[in-house]
Design a protein around this ligand. Structure first.
Ligand SMILES: *Cc1c(COP(=O)(O)O)cnc(C)c1O
Length: 348
């Protein structure tokens, strides 16, 4: 009988990742862009008859890296692309951690980090955030990781970390420090320019959130040419497909849509927070396109009730320090009204 005894021992207790059925629900559970698909990407893909899809894509996405270099005023050798920034994160663990090596990350944070750390034979070390969901800098440095992973703005808490704390961490270690800026477009204070100054700094970015292209799976990191070269040896050749590369190049050149998306989030964030607060939720400060909120009623009842009303949000209520917490992607005006009305029915 084929059972888990045959599976690699280090991964035998793994479970599949979050994969709900959506059946037409309003998706406010994955922090994707609620304004719909990126228009420049759709246009770029509307005619692919001139594309040589019989050939392989660029081995290491040379065309996209050239456009990124121009966009940020850096060199193409400062970039590594991947099939989503999740691939970049996996490549980082594969590049820097061996079996048994410690990877340090805050808690609560993005669960993909400890998953990839273990998947690659490493040992995740989770360091609790303080009461305001800010970093415990001394404990993070004392944990002595082979790699340090920090998302800012953080997911699922929503807040960005203090710039000075992140600088202290980068300057306080020789180990690679990864700042995951998946929500960087919403924050306006990027660490990307600092890759020139700090050799151990790696900043990851994605086309899945503000850029409204999650379905095309494009991500990248910005770092020193030395680190980019190491990662390039580990990354699977051709992992970013030709269509996604083309769409990403077009999307980068249309910053109007990004600005519109960011403006919408900044306008609607207080609206959603105030609406939820008035119902007895406790909303945490957000610098991203989502809000973490502590529900006044049982988290499972809330999430199920919203699903029955055609709205999906993400449940974190079963996690330590996040009791009864749920995460809402910030919607358009109409979406937020629908969410607040449904929450009102459920909390009455
Ligand atoms: C959504 C998210 C990502 C990445 O996603 P990809 O779709 O793989 O690019 C990375 N980090 C954080 C913190 C995220 O929330």
């Amino acid at each position: 009988m084929m059972d888990r005894q045959f599976m690699r021992e280090s991964t035998r207790n793994f479970k599949p990742y979050y994969s709900p059925t959506s059946d037409g629900s309003l998706r406010l559970d994955t922090n994707t862009n609620v304004l719909g698909p990126n228009p420049a990407a759709v246009k770029a893909l509307s005619d692919i008859s001139d594309m040589d899809i019989n050939q392989y894509p660029n081995t290491y996405s040379a065309d996209l890296r050239n456009v990124l270099a121009e966009f940020y005023g850096l060199g193409p050798d400062n970039f590594v692309t991947g099939s989503g920034s999740d691939e970049i994160l996996d490549v980082l663990f594969k590049t820097f951690t061996d079996k048994g090596d410690r990877a340090v990350m805050p808690y609560p944070s993005y669960s993909i980090y400890d998953y990839f750390s273990e998947l690659n034979g490493g040992v995740p070390v989770l360091v609790d955030l303080d009461q305001d969901f800010q970093l415990d800098v001394d404990s993070i440095l004392a944990a002595d990781g082979k790699i340090i992973m920090i998302p800012s703005p953080n997911n699922p808490t929503g807040n960005a970390f203090r710039h000075s704390d992140l600088v202290k961490i980068i300057e306080g270690t020789d180990a690679p420090v990864v700042i995951d800026e998946a929500y960087g477009e919403f924050h306006h204070e990027s660490f990307i320019p600092l890759v020139r100054k700090y050799e151990n700094l790696i900043v990851t970015r994605t086309f899945s959130k503000a850029y409204a292209m999650a379905g095309l799976r494009v991500g990248y990191c910005v770092c020193s040419p030395e680190i980019a070269e190491m990662m390039t040896c580990i990354r699977i050749p051709y992992s970013l497909n030709m269509l996604s590369e083309k769409a990403a190049m077009a999307a980068l050149r249309d910053q109007d849509f990004i600005k519109r998306s960011v403006d919408m989030v900044e306008r609607n964030r207080p609206m959603l927070a105030e609406g939820l607060d008035a119902l007895g939720f406790k909303c945490y400060t957000s610098d991203a396109n989502f809000i973490l909120a502590r529900s006044p009623i049982d988290h499972k009842v809330l999430v199920k009730g919203l699903k029955e009303r055609g709205i999906m949000i993400r449940d974190f209520g079963h996690r330590r320090l996040l009791e009864d917490c749920v995460r809402f992607t910030i919607g358009t005006d109409e979406m937020n009204i629908k969410v607040i009305e449904a929450c009102e029915e459920l909390t009455r």
